[in-house]
Design a protein around this ligand. Structure first.
Ligand code: GAR
Length: 205
């Protein structure tokens, strides 16, 4: 069993896609051990609760400084003893210590075809605003390993999505989620659990 911890900040539709894949029997070798949110009111926590998975909040607002928050966050991660950490719309920069400790065991979903529209400042709706401003005709989503950079780690899966006439950032965001994100995130987890992702230390066993 691959012990998977999911980190969230918002609505949690990507978390839902993972929960649905599990429910549908597509993630047989995966156990969802904990959901951590940095926001108390994140709807993702409701989704975890409904699925019977432990959901906790570790908010920077409850700590005097960044260091204290990072310490508590990392403790909450370690306590769950995850094999794989999934950033599913988690909008917090990870502590360097965590990236080092869980190297090649943290994956992120990004709502564009990396290396387009990624890096510092590109998150959520801003990614789709930038894609429409640039006038690209194809966008998509990427699942990648997390390293010290912003959206720079090795790419695991990508899926393209067509931009359509009259798209707003919100319409495009929804299409990218439906056609790409909710497909490739559970699929990447499935492949990692099955040992299909080459060069990845989770392969053994
Ligand atoms: C998703 O579109 C995800 O790709 C994006 O935030 C959204 C979260 O939605 N992540 C980033 O932009 C990371 N740079 P969700 O809470 O409904 O899954």
């Amino acid at each position: 069993m691959l012990r998977v911890l999911v980190c969230v900040s918002g609505g949690g539709t990507n978390l839902q896609a993972i929960l649905d894949a599990k429910e549908a029997g597509k993630l047989e070798d995966v156990e969802l051990v904990r959901v951590i949110s940095n926001k108390k009111d994140a709807y993702a926590l409701e989704r975890a609760k409904k699925a019977g998975i432990e959901g906790i909040c570790v908010s920077p607002k409850d700590f005097p400084d960044r260091e204290a928050f990072h310490g508590a966050f990392l403790a909450a991660v370690d306590e769950a003893a995850p094999d794989l950490i999934v950033l599913a719309g988690f909008l917090v920069v990870l502590p360097a210590e965590m990236i080092a400790r869980y190297r090649n065991r943290i994956i992120n979903i990004h709502p564009s075809l990396i290396p387009s529209f990624c890096g510092k400042g590109y998150y959520g709706l801003k990614v789709h605003e930038a894609a429409l401003t640039r006038g690209v005709k194809i966008t998509g989503a990427t699942v990648h390993f997390v390293d010290e950079g912003t959206d720079t780690g090795p790419i695991i899966l990508q899926k393209a999505v067509m931009v359509q006439e009259g798209d707003t950032p919100e319409i495009l965001q929804r299409r990218v989620m439906e056609e790409a994100e909710w497909v490739i995130l559970p699929e990447a987890i499935r492949r990692i659990a099955a040992g299909y992702v080459s060069g990845n230390p989770l392969r053994q066993g």
